[in-house]
Design a binder for this molecule. Structure first.
Ligand code: PEP
Ligand code: MN
Length: 352
């Protein structure tokens, strides 16, 4: 992908003096009083970039869908009276035009918008010639190509200050998280586009305020460039996403507790471990090759005896045995299942 975004670190400095982009504010702008009180308290915590949803993309109709245009004068007060930058979600070209009309400093595309190439392209077209910072949330479904496609559409509009927000992915299964993070997705994005600013949104990932700190720490440990966190002066009374919002004081406290690690080791600290790991990897590759050779022999036997390739009962046996063996060696059940699903699928391929 042709992408040359620049860092957003100067736009959204971190209050605790760390080299991180920090954006905070309520899920939704609800009233002038709520916006001003929350922004004032966030400023006391050192936050300089304030977020608030003006239009809310709700899953079901009939709920609070945002205050709309009448919320912009409140955000202008935040800019004027508190000297903070403001940032809103835009879901179509009309939203963007209004946000620009009211002098919004920065915009983001939400997870439902980046899922739609039509909506994203419409916003990209409206961004031509407008150089404000733009953040693109990951699409709600875990599809890296769609995520990168949305970034590329916005990048092609000429925006130079571009970043992305990892906010987790929808899942049919009930999990601990509201939107499971699937960390391998942003990790792969970082590998493919190393220069891209990637921010984590722990609030939508967590869905519960008690999980927010650990998700933030996880993102920091992985080297994310910053955080967008939902914060409300009276979280329990919030009209949207009440259970995941922190008070500004809780947010400030959490930020001060984050541990930040350095990027690259200065000395050859890992040489020993890496050498041992490389040896293990070579053993794994040899064992896999041997297993596939045996699979092919099995395949020949099945063919000669006119027996179906897929023996489901055997599959259960293989996975259960591996899980039992691996668990006694402290490996996670989830990892073992995924690994042996892959190994089994490749074995079947070898027999076809
Ligand atoms: C939000 O930031 O409040 C929001 C609606 O986010 P998402 O698009 O990630 O659901
Ligand atoms: Mn929200």
């Amino acid at each position: 992908m042709q992408l040359k975004p620049i860092s957003l670190k100067n736009e959204c400095p971190c209050p605790v003096g760390r080299e991180k982009v920090i954006i905070a504010g309520p899920c939704s702008a609800e009233s002038e009083e709520q916006v001003m009180a929350t922004a004032r308290q966030l400023k006391e915590q050192g936050i300089r970039t304030f977020r608030a949803g003006i239009w809310k993309p709700r899953t079901k109709p009939g709920g609070f869908e945002g205050v709309g245009e009448r919320g912009f004068p409140w955000l202008q007060r935040v800019q004027r009276e508190l000297g903070m930058q403001v940032c809103v979600e835009v879901g179509n070209a009309r939203h963007l035009e209004q946000a620009l009309h009211y002098g919004t400093d920065m915009v983001w595309l939400g997870a439902r918008t980046s899922t739609s190439p039509f909506a994203t392209q419409e916003i990209a077209d409206a961004l031509r010639g407008v150089d404000i910072p733009v953040l693109v949330k990951n699409p709600i479904n875990a599809d890296l190509s769609l995520w990168m496609g949305a970034l590329e559409r916005i990048s092609r509009s000429g925006v130079t200050r571009l970043g992305t927000i990892h906010r987790g992915f929808s899942s049919y299964e009930k999990t601990l998280y509201r939107y499971p993070p699937q960390w391998q997705m942003p990790i792969e994005l970082r590998r493919r586009v190393p220069e891209l600013t990637i921010i984590c949104d722990p609030s939508h990932i967590s869905g519960r305020r008690d999980l927010v700190p650990s998700v933030c720490q996880h993102a920091m440990d992985l080297g994310f460039d910053g955080l967008m966190i939902e914060s409300h002066y009276l979280p329990d009374e919030a009209l949207t996403d009440a259970s995941q919002q922190l008070t500004p004081a809780e947010l400030g406290q959490m930020l001060s507790m984050l541990e930040l690690r350095v990027g690259v080791p200065t000395e050859n600290l890992f040489a020993d471990c890496r050498e041992q790991m490389d040896k293990c990897d070579a053993i794994i590759v040899k064992a896999l090759a041997e297993r596939m050779r045996i699979s092919r022999q099995m395949g020949d036997l099945k063919k000669k005896n006119n027996i179906l390739v897929l023996q489901s009962a055997r599959y259960e046996e293989v996975v259960n045995a591996a899980v039992a063996e691996g668990q006694s060696e402290d490996l996670s059940v989830d990892f073992l299942k995924k690994l042996f699903e892959l190994i089994h699928a490749e074995s079947i391929n070898q027999q076809l």
